[in-house]
Design a protein around this ligand. Structure first.
Ligand code: NAP
Length: 315
C-alpha cells in the first residue's frame, strides 16, 4: 500500500520538528498531533501540514486523531514523571492503545521511538517503561508492521541535553557534575529523522528493532568539557560520586522546573552505548558531534540571528 498521509504523535518536540520538516519536504501529508495547536506554530507554514489537538488523557478519542492516516509515528515521551503523568501511562500504555487504534482502523504501519538500553531489568523506571512499550507493541506483530528505534541520547539544534549543559556552563563558574563517567553515544537528530523517513515504506525494516548510536562514545564529563570548549569558555568541572549525584538530584527534584531526577541518575547507571554497527540498511553513516556542535550551540550560521528575533517576539 502506498503511504501518503502520516500522523506524527509528538511531532512538535525536538525529534518531531526535525522529522516533520523532512516528511513535508518529501511530499507526505503530515498530521501533527499535539496537546495544543500553539505548540505546532513553528511548523504551521510547512506545505501539506495539518494539526490535530489530542491529549493522551483528554476526551478526544485516539481513533479520531489518527483516522485517515496510512502510517503512524509515535514520538510521545517524557523524561520526568509528574503527579498526573506516569512513565507507564506515556511509554507503555499509550503505545499499546495506539497500536490497538491502528489495528481497528487498519493502519498497518507504525514506527515507535523507544530508547537504547530499555530493558525489564533496567535500573530506572524510565528505561523499564520504555521496554514495556516495546513489549506491548510486540503483541501486535501479526497485525501491524512495526519498527522500533532505540537511540542513545540525541543531539542537535534545540536538544535538551547539550543545550542544558551549555546554559549551566554560561551561568556557573564551577559545574558539579553528577555521574561524570556515564557513557553515551550521541546521535544527531537529523540522522534519526532520516532513519524514520527511510524506514517508512522499506519492508525490510518491518518487524525490526534498531539500536542507534553515533560514531563515537563519550563519558558525560567529556561531553561537558567539549561543550565548554565549543563555547570558548574555561570551566572547572567537578565530577560527583554516586552518593553526591543522588543528593544533587534529590535537591533538583524540589525545584519547580525539573532539571534532573534520581530516576535520571538511575538511567545513567547503564552506559547508553551499543556494540552494534549503525544499521547498513539505511545506507548512510551517522554524523559526528564535533562537525555540528558549534553550529547549534553557537548558532553559527548566517540566518541564526532570525531565530533570536523570533524567540524575542515569542514566535
Ligand atoms: N531526546 C533524546 O535524547 C531521546 C533519546 C532517546 C529516546 N528519545 C525518545 O524520543 C521521543 C522524542 O523525544 P524528544 O526529545 O523529541 O522529546 P520532546 O521534545 O520532549 O517531545 C515529546 C513530545 O511528546 C508529546 N507529549 C508529551 N506528553 C503528551 C501527552 N500527554 N499527550 C500527547 N502528547 C504528549 C509532546 O507533544 P505536545 O507538547 O505537542 O503535546 C512533545 O512533542 C520520546 O519518546 C523520547 O523518549 C529521546
Amino acid at each position: 500500500m502506498q503511504i501518503t498521509k502520516i500522523a506524527v504523535l509528538g511531532g512538535t518536540g525536538f525529534v518531531g520538528s526535525a522529522l516533520v520538516h523532512r516528511l513535508s519536504n518529501a511530499g507526505y501529508i503530515v498530521n501533527v498531533i499535539t496537546r495544543r495547536r500553539e505548540n505546532a506554530k513553528h511548523l504551521i507554514l510547512l506545505p501539506n501540514l495539518q494539526v490535530t489537538e489530542f491529549d493522551i488523557f483528554g476526551t478526544v478519542p485516539l481513533n479520531e486523531a489518527v483516522k485517515g492516516s496510512d502510517a503512524v509515528i509515535n514520538l510521545v515521551g517524557i523524561l520526568h514523571e509528574s503527579k498526573t503523568l506516569s512513565f507507564n501511562d506515556v511509554h507503555a500504555e499509550f503505545p499499546r492503545r495506539l497500536a490497538e487504534a491502528c489495528k481497528l482502523l487498519s493502519i498497518k504501519r507504525l514506527i515507535h521511538l523507544s530508547a537504547l538500553k530499555a530493558d525489564p531489568e533496567a535500573p530506572s523506571a524510565y528505561l523499564r517503561s520504555k521496554y514495556a512499550g516495546e513489549n506491548a507493541l510486540g503483541g501486535f506483530s501479526d497485525q501491524l508492521n512495526v519498527t522500533i528505534l532505540r537511540p542513545s541520547v540525541i543531539f542537535g539544534r534545540g536538544d535538551g541535553f547539550l543545550n542544558l549543559f551549555a546554559k549551566l556552563i554560561k551561568l556557573l563558574p564551577v559545574v558539579f557534575l553528577a555521574m561524570p563517567h556515564s557513557k553515551f553515544q550521541p546521535i544527531y537528530v537529523e540522522d534519526i529523522a532520516n532513519v524514520i523517513l527511510l524506514s517508512i515504506d522499506n519492508v525490510d525494516t518491518f518487524g525490526q528493532s534498531y539500536d542507534l548510536g553515533g560514531p563515537k562514545v563519550y563519558s558525560l564529563i567529556e561531553l561537558v568539557n567539549l561543550t565548554a570548549k565549543t563555547l570558548h569558555v574555561k570551566r572547572t568541572v567537578i565530577g560527583l560520586n554516586g552518593q553526591l549525584s543522588y543528593l544533587q538530584a534529590l535537591f533538583l527534584e524540589m525545584l519547580p522546573v525539573k532539571l534532573m531526577t534520581r530516576d535520571n541518575i538511575n538511567s545513567m547507571k547503564v552506559d547508553s552505548v551499543t556494540n552494534k554497527e549503525f544499521p547498513l540498511i539505511f545506507e548512510f553513516q551517522p554524523t559526528s558531534l564535533e562537525s555540528t556542535m558549534s553550529e547549534f550551540l553557537l548558532n553559527d550560521r548566517p540566518r541564526a540571528s532570525y531565530d533570536r528575533f523570533r524567540e524575542l517576539a515569542g514566535r
